[in-house]
Design a protein around this ligand. Sequence first.
Ligand SMILES: Cc1ncc(COP(=O)(O)O)c(C=O)c1O
Length: 308
Amino acid sequence: MQLPGTGFIWFNGQFVPWADAKVHVATHALHYGTAVFEGLRAYGTSRGPAIVGLNEHVERLFQSCTICELPITYTPKTVLDAITELVRRNEHDACYIRPLVYRGYGMLGVDPTHCPVEMAIATWPHGAHFGDESRAKGVKLGVSSWRRMAPDTHPARAKAAANYLNSALVIGEARRHGYDDGLALDVDGFVSEGSGNNIFLVMRGALHTPSAASSILAGITRGYVMRLARDRGLEVREERLPREMLYTAEEVFVTGTAAEVTPVTSIDGRRIGSGARGPITASLQSDYLDIVGGKAADRHGWLTFVRS
Ligand SMILES: Cc1ncc(COP(=O)(O)O)c(C=O)c1O
């Protein structure tokens, strides 16, 4: 994603010009990964930009801070207001929103407690994550040789910056092998998630997705899609999924704030289903995109409009 280099960044409580939001090279998080973050998206609608899942993302940010022992000094309300005001000030139509909480400059050593907890929020214009054609044509995945973190190593449920070294290795290997993204297995060899997305399998018309026990990030989009599926009367099961089920599923798709609902047409070079976007994927994708794009009623209260 191309960064704009202009507009404002919310930096420790102030709106500062993009170019002035700088940190020192001795910042603790840069050395030891002591940071958590969020990724939100605002879509352009006829009523102006609408932020998707604002409350859930801010709640997950605070949960990540708790898990990672980062005592954030702002209240959830301050963060909600800062995000909304920043999108308004930066005059975006559609954008990505990145809140970040991290250990700043103080002392360098693994113990972070002598470094201040700082916070920044940046926004930038954003289009389709895997490219404009991916919504219809789908993407190709490869199972990674890198496993997701074991549950007693890194907290996968926290959106911790340190977890993304694993994600970077997963996507780096996948791209080198010609795939759009990698798919990591958990420490026991069951399906976990992509480098930045959750995965769903359609089998006998029901949805199956890895449970919290498979080292996944509990995706906000994952929760929304499970809701949309149940609205349609589909059965949804969260469970451990053996790798081989990937190859026999009727349909596979991935979900995420950036990935939205993206069909998966092949895994490890093996065709999934018909090799094209399947009917259940297509219906959930349009249900999701219609709501976040303001074309269908926001019946679950997912949107926050920044202009009143
Ligand atoms: C590792 C990982 N899993 C899943 C997701 C999907 O989460 P969400 O739907 O909240 O964007 C993301 C995206 O942030 C991610 O980075």
